[in-house]
Design a protein around this ligand. Structure first.
Ligand code: GTQ
Length: 347
């Protein structure tokens, strides 16, 4: 308690007495519970891809994807060690699938996104569709969808996994099932979900019962093309440069109900105005080099590095070359609960 209710022998005895009946006095914890601003244990941090990559290849020689179920190194926020969290509400891991490997099929209530970092031609199978992945592709695995991963290419494949594991944990809503076979049967042609839902067309009698986008892959060549066209207008947001969100074509909402994903272009030499928001955000530079000031920390970044901006922490970004940044956060939750707060400084 900052000011606090002073302790007296009578009060201390009272607290001890009610404690035995599973009761406690609000006036001793009020200021810790209802803070004037978010007080996050999450800290600014950056993981260089080179470091992750070399540890992952080492892990590749230690455990198979089949043994591990998923061969993933978890990016643990330095302020949240031991909790498998990159922010208070979100999980991040880097997954490696070696040539010829299969990560066996399972389904769980947690939603997942993949952001492809390196390699080409490995796939994830989701809801009976084989999805071939290229660097920069944004791929989703809806809650409770069967999924397995495979790599028929000749190169190791690395991608970033973003999951809502801490949210599902908080809500005590975790379920998982494993398939008897390693790989689920493929029941639809390749590229079906993108063809059906990714071209500003929807089936006339659409029946889609979930809150997750029916588009399972948002290919980078389309995303990049969109950014390339838009940047010609030369109209930049002072805080974001040019920032777009990946959307669900059925309802215009985010692609996943719990995780918002974004793509952003900063032109060469651009320096953003300071910005903070309640949704702690994980960034992955795709192209270009630059640096970000996050609170008191300064991080130099390049392609495939991962860095995190905690809730309500000031951040600015500076691009030495034209840069593209992927990011994800729990913004859909903040928006739906009327908790999203942003501060654009003076911009
Ligand atoms: O690929 O299904 O990083 O279930 C963590 C949990 C990946 C996956 C993770 C998972 C997966």
């Amino acid at each position: 308690m900052e000011q606090g209710v002073r302790n007296t022998p009578e009060r201390t005895a009272f607290y001890a007495k009610i404690d035995r009946d599973n009761l406690s006095a609000l006036w001793n914890v009020m200021d810790a519970l209802i803070t004037p601003e978010p007080r996050s244990a999450c800290r600014p941090a950056l993981w260089p891809f080179d470091t992750i990559r070399s540890y992952m290849l080492e892990a590749g020689g230690l455990v198979t994807a089949k043994e591990a179920e998923r061969r993933v190194l978890i990016l643990e926020n330095p302020g949240l060690r031991g909790q498998s969290k990159i922010t208070t509400s979100l999980y991040a891991g880097v997954q490696l699938v070696m040539p010829g490997e299969v990560a066996p099929s399972h389904r769980h209530s947690q939603s997942a996104l993949r952001f492809v970092l390196e390699g080409s031609g490995a796939h994830t199978a989701v809801e009976g569709e084989r999805i071939l992945m290229q660097p920069g592709d944004f791929v989703i695995t809806p809650s409770n969808a069967w999924h397995d991963h495979g790599n028929a290419s000749s190169e190791p494949m690395f991608w970033l996994d973003g999951l809502d594991i801490p949210v599902v944990q908080f809500l005590d809503a975790s379920f998982v099932e494993r398939l008897a076979e390693d790989e689920q049967p493929l029941t639809v042609p390749d590229k079906d979900s993108f063809a059906r839902y990714g071209h500003n067309l929807l089936p006339v009698d659409l029946k889609h019962s979930t809150k997750t986008s029916p588009i399972l892959i948002y290919p980078y060549d389309h995303t990049r093309e969109a950014l390339e066209q838009m940047q010609r207008r030369n109209a930049w947001d002072p805080c974001h440069g040019l920032r777009m969100k990946y959307t669900n074509p059925v309802n215009g909402d985010y692609a996943l109900p719990t995780i918002g994903a974004f793509i952003q272009l900063l032109p060469k030499g651009f320096s953003t105005s300071r910005y903070r928001s309640t949704d702690a955000t994980v960034f992955v530079p795709v192209e270009g080099r630059g640096r970000s000031r996050i609170g008191d920390a300064l991080f130099e970044w390049g392609p495939k590095d991962v860095f995190v901006v905690p809730s309500w922490c000031w951040a600015t970004h500076e691009a030495d070359e034209e840069a593209v940044l992927f990011s994800y956060s729990d913004r859909p939750i903040h928006e739906k609960l009327d908790l999203l707060r942003e501060d654009r400084g003076n911009a």
